[in-house]
Structures are given as structure tokens and as C-alpha cells.
Design a protein around this ligand. Structure first.
Ligand code: SF4
Length: 240
């Protein structure tokens, strides 16, 4: 049974967490006992062997896809890139994040979401009790658009088959689409992220939760609460 001290400790943890994120007020949902319960039940489950887990096959297929992409020159984004940022994480992930494209740090390191925006995504992942290595993170375009501009339609068109194949191989239980480009490209909709977020859509039978791109929070830190709320719905779906 939960003691009074445990309740106080949990509430204190929750308040410190929100303060850390820059909130000046506390959301009603996600506080107190339910906050603890969410974090305890949060780890992203892997497919059970009974369900036909084929992690090594998936990892091999992802490797083959990376080899197929090779030193890709299918669109003009190849011209300024240092590295192709393929994506990373568990081939057997139940949760997949799809972002827009690599930024400067990602281009240098060849890994997705390792810059400032990546820290915000990591924070969300960790605070939800997930582990970065248990989820899969990829982008719509795999080469950095110059000056961090949004990718053009033809660049998205050239690169989309790769992220589609990644999704097909991994078959996550839920996808979180980060920002306008990821949401609109995956779902083929024009709805702005401010209206799409918080509602589940479907991509090839997979529920997709659009939410703001973490880079948005560099300018609007207090809006992080919206993605926190969106991730609560994802958590619920993963645990269903
Ligand atoms: S963005 Fe995609 S399609 Fe364009 S060059 Fe890079 S890997 Fe190829």
C-alpha cells in the first residue's frame, strides 16, 4: 500500500520534473500516483517470442537497406552532407520516432537527434521510462538540408521510400511523427502540426501520433507539456 510519504515524494519528483522543463504551472494529468505508475509501466516492450519475434532478421534487413542506400545521390541533399543519417535503435522496437531530417550535429556524427533538439527528445524518452536503445529513431530525409531548411517535396519524395522500408521492417506498434514534415509526409495530409498533434492517425495499420518537433521547444520550452501529453497517449496505446 502506498504510504503518505511515498505520495509526497512522488509529487515532489513530478513537480521538480515539470519545473526542470520550464513549466510555470502544473498539468493535472500525470501527477501524483499515476505519474509513478506510468513510469513503472513505461518500458517499451519487445515482441514476445510467441508473437514471432525476428529481431535478428529485422536487424539484417535494416543492414541490407543501409547497404542499398550506399553513397546515395538520389537527390540534391547529397551535395552538402557529411554523413547519411540512416537511423538507429532497436530493430524490434515497438515505438518509433520519425523526425524531419538531420541537423548540423547529426550530419557530423551520422546519428539522428544528437544535437540540442536530440537532448530534448532523449529527455522525453527517459522521463517516460523508456530507453533510447529500445526505441527506433529515423528521419524522413537522411541527409542534412543546407542551413537546416525544410526538405523540398522532391527531396522528400526521393528519400521517403527508405523510411517506409524501415517502418515496414521494424513494424512498430506506434509511431510518433515529430513535426510538420514528418507528419504531413507520412500521413499525406496538409494539416498543420498544431492541429494534428494529440490525435492518432493511421499509417499502414500502425497508429501514428503527431507531435511537435523537439526543435520547436528550443524556442517555446513551455509548450513541452503538449508533447508530454501526446506521449501519455502513446504510452497508453503501447500498454493496451
Ligand atoms: S536525402 Fe535521401 S534520397 Fe537524398 S541523397 Fe540523401 S539518402 Fe539519398
Amino acid at each position: 500500500m502506498t504510504t503518505k510519504n511515498e505520495i509526497i515524494r512522488e509529487m515532489k519528483n513530478a513537480m521538480e520534473f515539470y519545473k526542470e522543463l520550464g513549466f510555470e504551472y502544473l498539468p493535472v494529468k500525470g501527477l501524483g500516483l499515476s505519474f509513478k505508475k506510468e513510469r513503472e509501466s513505461a518500458p517499451v516492450r519487445k515482441s514476445s517470442p510467441e508473437a514471432g519475434s525476428d529481431k535478428s532478421d529485422k536487424a539484417e534487413l535494416l543492414k541490407m537497406l543501409r547497404e542499398e542506400i550506399g553513397d546515395c545521390r538520389r537527390c540534391r541533399l547529397c551535395e552538402g552532407r557529411k554523413n547519411i543519417v540512416f537511423g538507429e535503435g532497436s530493430a524490434d522496437a515497438e515505438l518509433m520516432f520519425v523526425g524531419e531530417g538531420p541537423g548540423k550535429d547529426e550530419d557530423i556524427q551520422g546519428r539522428p537527434f544528437v544535437g540540442e533538439a536530440g537532448q530534448i527528445l532523449n529527455n522525453l524518452i527517459n522521463k517516460r521510462g523508456w530507453k533510447r536503445e529500445e526505441v527506433y529513431i529515423a528521419n524522413i530525409v537522411k541527409c542534412r538540408p543546407p542551413g537546416n531548411r525544410a526538405p523540398e517535396d522532391d527531396e522528400v519524395g526521393a528519400c521517403m521510400p527508405f523510411v517506409e522500408r524501415q517502418i515496414e521492417i521494424i513494424r512498430p506498434k506506434v509511431i510518433m511523427a515529430l513535426g510538420n514534415v514528418a507528419t504531413q509526409s507520412l500521413l499525406r495530409i496538409k494539416t498543420p502540426i498544431s492541429r494534428a498533434r494529440g490525435n492518432f492517425f493511421v499509417y499502414k495499420d500502425i497508429p501514428v501520433m503527431p507531435t511537435f518537433h523537439p526543435a520547436y521547444f528550443l524556442r517555446n520550452p513551455k509548450e513541452k507539456i503538449l508533447t508530454w501529453e501526446d506521449s501519455a497517449k502513446v504510452l497508453e496505446k503501447l500498454n493496451a
